[in-house]
Design a protein around this ligand. Sequence first.
Ligand SMILES: [Zn+2]
Length: 69
Amino acid sequence: MKCTNCNKGQYLKKKVPYNFLGEKIGIFDALVCDRCQEILFESDASDKIEEQVKKRGLVTTAATSCDSF
Ligand SMILES: [Zn+2]
């Protein structure tokens, strides 16, 4: 799978630590571009991230594309 950011790199499966608003959320499976380091979380990883974020009472805007802020 080619990187959608640089169009040259290849995504490699890696475990990536995820921080949200300075909180360590955990380490998740992600695809990381070997050229530009673009990180892509797969849908099940995003679900887990969202779950952890909610558990900590943090608010994620990942589920909506609302930009009224
Ligand atoms: Zn890339």
